[in-house]
Ligand binder design. Structure first.
Ligand SMILES: NC(=O)c1ccc[n+]([C@@H]2O[C@H](COP(=O)([O-])OP(=O)(O)OC[C@H]3O[C@@H](n4cnc5c(N)ncnc54)[C@H](O)[C@@H]3O)[C@@H](O)[C@H]2O)c1
Length: 332
């Protein structure tokens, strides 16, 4: 059997982690033959709760789980890790301005970037889930200069999965038959869920989703808004934010990054922008990517309509503003 991989999950006592740890520990992310050691980071007041999570992981009796390291010390949490799920973040509280949220979180991600730089493996793959995910990932990368920028990503897979589910429901087909939905830009309400390159497999043949749905107005309005506002709809109904679906998306993202995307399919990930599709450079922008041998590549030369261009520009502008605010906060 392979040597165990060390995998850190931050915010390990929180609600997303509660679903994510089980998915990771049972082998859905790194494969059924890959043992893992889970490093669980949370803040000191949560150590009691974390102890309960550790007990439950033991009680799951999972054959691939070769060890669990609960801690409130980033130096211990990030030591020798090959994969990092950065879920822990300061949640938005009532009356909190967006700037206050950004301020609290960029400081957390600066500390975690420094710890990754110092203690993690140099090829560590980092997925930021905690919001604002794109800008947190950018700050984290800035403070981990010895790790390639390509190794810092932000999660837009939940938005992609939501988009895929909406299209499948509209067409009345299983989700598996729908592919190549794109989420462009920021994981925020300015994100652009784009179905114009999506495919649906009907009776073994691929058809463009646009052709199958034949309702451009629905695709440009109801579909886009439903995906953009899905997080808020879940909070309204559940009184808590998406957790099971966020955990599933985080595991999808990391699995594809480690094990590769299927031929003919692409997925969306927030990655360091090289200016593809005229997106601003050096922000973490969600693009369609394919992955081989642990390396992602932005899918090129997809057509961009005038409608799409406007939305791509708006989400890019928001990311530039967030970057500027974050840098001001951190350098103050
Ligand atoms: N990118 C996405 O698609 C997506 C989707 C859903 C949620 N989120 C975000 O994920 C984050 C976590 O959500 P949740 O529902 O699990 O929240 P939660 O409040 O249940 O859990 C967060 C945990 O993080 C911990 N934490 C806070 N600061 C920390 C630090 N410095 N180091 C380590 N741990 C720390 C908290 O103590 C808590 O246990 C939130 O920021 C949420 O907005 C992102």
């Amino acid at each position: 059997m392979a040597e165990p991989l060390r995998v850190v999950v931050t915010g390990a006592a929180g609600q997303i982690a509660y679903s994510l740890l089980y998915i990771v520990a049972k082998g859905d992310v790194f494969g059924p033959n890959q043992p893992i050691i889970l490093h669980l980071l949370d803040i000191p007041p949560m150590m009691g709760v974390l102890e309960g999570v550790v007990m439950e992981l033991a009680d799951c009796a999972l054959p691939l789980l070769h060890g669990v390291v609960p801690t409130d010390d980033p130096a211990v949490a990030f030591k020798d890790v090959t994969a990092a799920f950065l879920v822990g973040a300061m949640p938005r509280k009532q009356g909190m301005e967006r700037k206050d949220l950004l301020s609290a979180n960029v400081k957390i991600f600066k500390v975690q970037g420094e710890a990754l730089d110092k203690y993690a493996k140099k090829d560590v793959k980092v997925l930021v889930v905690g919001n604002p995910a794109n800008t947190n990932a950018l700050i984290c990368s800035r403070y981990a200069p010895s790790i390639p920028k390509e190794n810092f990503t932000a999660m837009t897979r939940l938005d992609q999965n939501r988009a895929q589910a909406q299209i499948a429901a509209k067409l009345g087909v299983p989700v598996r038959q729908v592919s190549n939905l794109i989420i462009w830009g920021n994981h925020s309400s300015t994100q652009f869920p784009d179905a114009s390159h999506a495919l649906v497999n009907i009776n073994g043949a691929n058809t463009a989703v646009v052709e199958a749905i034949k309702d451009a107005a629905w695709l440009n309005s109801v579909f886009v808004e439903t995906v953009q506002k899905r997080g808020a709809a879940v909070i309204n109904a559940r009184k808590m934010s998406s957790a099971m679906s966020a955990a599933k998306a985080a595991s999808d993202h990391m699995r594809d990054w480690f094990l590769g995307t299927e031929d003919g399919r692409f997925v969306s990930m927030g990655v360091i922008s090289d200016g593809s599709y005229c997106a601003p450079k050096d922000v973490i922008f969600s693009f369609p990517v394919t992955i081989k041998c642990g390396k992602w590549k932005i899918v090129q030369e997809l057509g961009i309509t005038d409608f799409a261009r406007k939305l791509l520009d708006a989400t890019g502008k928001e990311l530039e503003e967030e970057r500027q605010e974050a840098i001001q906060i951190i350098e103050a």
